[in-house]
Design a protein around this ligand. Structure first.
Ligand code: SF4
Length: 61
C-alpha cells in the first residue's frame, strides 16, 4: 500500500490541514505545494486520507 497525493485535486493555495493529523510527521509541504508523503515514516494509518476535504490523498494497493 502507498499513500498517493493527487495534485490535480489539491488547490495548492493553502497550508495543508492534513499535515496536522498525521501522527508520525510523514506529510511535508513546500510552501503551498501539494504535500508529499515520506514513505519511510508513513505507517499507512489513513488519517490524512480521511481528513483531506478535497479527497486529494488516496491510499493505493
Ligand atoms: S497515512 Fe497516516 S502516517 Fe501516512 S501520511 Fe497519512 S496520516 Fe501520516
Amino acid at each position: 500500500m502507498k499513500i498517493s497525493v493527487q495534485k490535480n485535486r489539491c488547490p495548492q493555495n493553502h497550508s495543508c490541514p492534513s499535515i496536522r493529523v498525521c501522527p508520525v510527521g510523514a506529510l511535508e509541504q513546500n510552501g503551498f505545494d501539494a504535500p508529499v508523503v515520506d514513505e519511510d515514516k508513513c505507517i499507512k494509518c489513513n488519517k490524512c486520507v480521511r481528513y483531506c476535504p478535497m479527497g486529494a490523498i488516496l491510499i493505493k494497493d
